[in-house]
Ligand binder design. Sequence first.
Ligand SMILES: [Cu+2]
Length: 381
Amino acid sequence: MKHLKIKASFVLMIAMILFSSLSVFAQDMTTDAAEAAKSTASNINWLIAGIAILLVFIIGMIFDILSKVGDVQKKQVINWGKINAYLALVFLVVGLSAFAWEMYVHGKLTLFTLPSASAHADEYDNMFMITLWLTGIVFVITHILLFWYTYKYKEDKKRKALFYPDNHKLELLWTIVPAFVLTILVVRGLIVWSNMTTSKDKDAMNIEVFGYQFAWNARYSGADNKLGKYDFRQMGIVNALGVDSTKEFAGDDVITTELHVPVNKAIYLHFRAKDVIHSAYLPHFRAQMNVVPGLPTKFDFTPTLTTNEMRVKLENPNFDYILLCNKICGSAHYRMKMKVIVDTQADFDKWIKEQPALTAKGTENNSLHSFLSKENPIASN
Ligand SMILES: [Cu+2]
């Protein structure tokens, strides 16, 4: 039965290799040179992977045969204890090298190499880095100990294992120390999270971010800084957000497809979803919040660098902040993003004034410009 299984694996492996080699030729004939070169490279990779798996199988078979020879001759031909001990060392070296490589190569692609531009970003990054370093150091130390001791105390006929059932002091130590460290990390996290999600600034600008398959809208609250009521039954082609423009506070609301925010002003984002769960992710502002149908969520942050300032800082004239959907929400999830522009107060006032309000009455009253200018004497100059 076992031999049949091995034979079947062999046949499967050879079939895979043949198939991948044949598809190289098939692709060569149908695609242009560049495409063919790319697919050839990819097929060669598959071929190498196939050969590697085959090698593992062959080594496994050799060991299997040797062990059977040992059974017949009634003596130990393979010392599995020794093999496992050396494999533990190989795991240690290969595993830690892979970890170091991963941190070096893909570490550059993580959020923390992205420049940040919000008031809470430094604390957030600091918290993450402390957790990463702490868990990283513990990870490396525990893995060295784990694999090294597996190797050091490999099976030895001359050595007798020590029976050591428990040690209360040791158990207390390894329970209390991690519990203490984790409590500090978690409590700090809760405090920072609570600060980030509770608006303390009463003058924070209320903006609704509306997510649907597959785009975003922003709704500004107008001069009254209050978002008008909405009703899902009113959602339609014209009134996509279902805002009831006859209700109080709604007339002066402004709906846009870009999110403009003034710099150094507290922004209070109110999230709403139409269809499925989305997640509004603003990486540069270290902000993310689930956007759930029927369950309004909020996030507040203060942008600290305008788009132009960030362009200068990064020496990239094409840079733009972005709001992305970070929840796989359907087939076109990948293109669900909205441009975010951080303006100076004056530029923001100018921009919002150019946007039409929901009703003509609202437009007439749309004195968000003057409302903000009153608050910000610099902007009115
Ligand atoms: Cu989405």
